[in-house]
Write a protein that binds this ligand. Structure first.
Ligand code: ADP
Length: 392
């Protein structure tokens, strides 16, 4: 059975077609610069990458091209071979605890929740509407980045602020990267053939979050009301003392918007190192003994350790720690230092396996009390799996 997985951003559109009988990716197409000039798209098919420059004015025209390519490349003979479409939607607030079939009411809800995710929900909706227009009879399902975290108890999601902020205004921890953490939770259960696991999932990319998972359910997660909290990230600050905000507004005569911009776009690894948000460049700086790069890396590790240690406590011990996303999948330095600092919990690193990059591997010894794994995340497949679940 063939299912589409869609991630629609403001200027990009990623579409992947899966054969769900064996859960394999058939074709993936990425459209870029939508709404700008020099639009192009890249097709990944049969282990070949092809870049094509062609004008598409909007998401709908991009999808039209995608459907044409499917027929031209003989990936499918007829569009009705596509049995379902899964759309990544960033924010489902506390209403959508699981993925849902998209109808007019769901569209209104996604629009309503746009005030919680103004940069993401609107472009997600553009993709949904365009596919509805072009494939009106195909089942379409919204898969929310927030849903996986809806199993948190209120002592995890309520902030210690006036309770009315929550009850009147919806101020609470929602969490993000839920599709990725959900994938990691299912994949580690498959690998170990055990659903009753206590897992700490570390999604370390440019954005980053750590999630505590017990028996497949999220107990707590580090991102909160918005994706600025929790661990330090590429350009975002993570948890800081909120009084810094009015203080810096006064000191610099900047508006709240400007200060928030600094905290979102000019903080984290970039802010501390003064060099880059990309860990590869920080690692290069460390090799040259750049002190700010060394400090940035140490802060990053400290914040990761804070969350792992706390989650280990509330889980009542940990069976597995999983590293995923750009940094988690590729940086043996960060994984190695985190694991070394967890020796007191009985983590025993397998140095050779920790050198693995971008593929599944167990990176602790058999004697280690907590097993650590690298698992490349696969949000596209997780979205397709959610649609399949719906069909079944
Ligand atoms: P996003 O949050 O944008 O989805 P990714 O999960 O793609 O981010 O992660 C991107 C980050 O992964 C880069 O900014 C870089 O810091 C890190 N990264 C990628 N490859 C490597 C590598 N080989 N070594 C260290 N870090 C890497």
């Amino acid at each position: 059975m063939k299912i589409l997985s869609v991630n629609s951003g403001s200027s990009s559109l990623k579409v992947s077609l899966y054969e769900m009988d064996n859960q394999t990716l058939i074709i993936n197409v990425i459209f870029e610069r939508i709404g700008l000039d020099n639009t192009f798209y890249t097709i990944n098919y049969n282990n070949e990458k092809t870049k094509k420059e062609r004008l598409f004015k909007n998401h709908e025209e991009a999808i039209q091209i995608f459907l044409e390519e499917l027929i031209n490349l003989e990936v499918i003979k007829n569009l009705n071979e596509i049995k379902g479409i899964g759309h990544r939607v960033v924010h489902g607030a506390d209403k959508y605890k699981i993925s849902t079939k998209i109808d007019d009411d769901v569209i209104i809800d996604i629009e309503t929740f746009s005030h919680l995710a103004p940069l993401h929900n609107p472009p997600n909706l553009v993709g949904i509407r365009a596919f509805k227009k072009l494939l009106p009879d195909t089942l379409s399902v919204a898969v929310f980045d927030t849903s996986f975290h809806q199993t948190m108890n209120n002592d995890a999601y309520i902030y210690p602020v006036p309770y009315e902020w929550y009850s009147k205004y919806g101020v609470r921890k929602y969490g993000f990267h839920g599709i990725s953490h959900h994938y990691i939770s299912e994949r580690i259960s498959e690998i170990l053939n055990n659903k009753d696991l206590k897992v700490i999932s570390c999604h370390l990319g440019n954005g980053g979050s750590i999630t505590a998972i017990k028996n497949g359910k999220c107990i707590d997660t580090s991102l909160g009301f918005t994706p600025i909290s929790g661990i330090m990230m590429g350009t975002r600050c993570g948890d800081i003392d909120v009084s810094i905000i009015p203080y810096m507004m006064k000191q610099t005569n900047n508006t709240i918007v400007e200060i928030m911009n600094q905290l979102n776009k000019n903080s984290g690894l970039l802010g501390v190192s003064g060099i880059s948000n990309d860990l590869r460049e920080i690692e290069a700086g460390i090799k040259k003994k750049n002190e700010r790069c060394i400090l940035a890396k140490q802060l990053y590790i400290n914040k990761i350790l804070m969350y792992i240690s706390y989650y280990n406590t509330i889980l009542g011990g940990t069976d597995v720690i999983v590293f995923t996303a750009g940094v988690g999948e590729n940086s043996s330095l960060i994984r190695g230092e985190v694991m070394n600092q967890l020796q007191s919990l009985g983590v025993e690193i397998d140095q050779k396996n920790n050198e693995v990059r971008g593929k599944e591997a167990k990176i602790t010894t058999d004697a280690s009390k907590i097993s650590c794994y690298i698992i490349p995340t696969n949000e596209e497949l997780m979205i397709a799996k959610e649609v399949l679940r719906f069909i079944e």
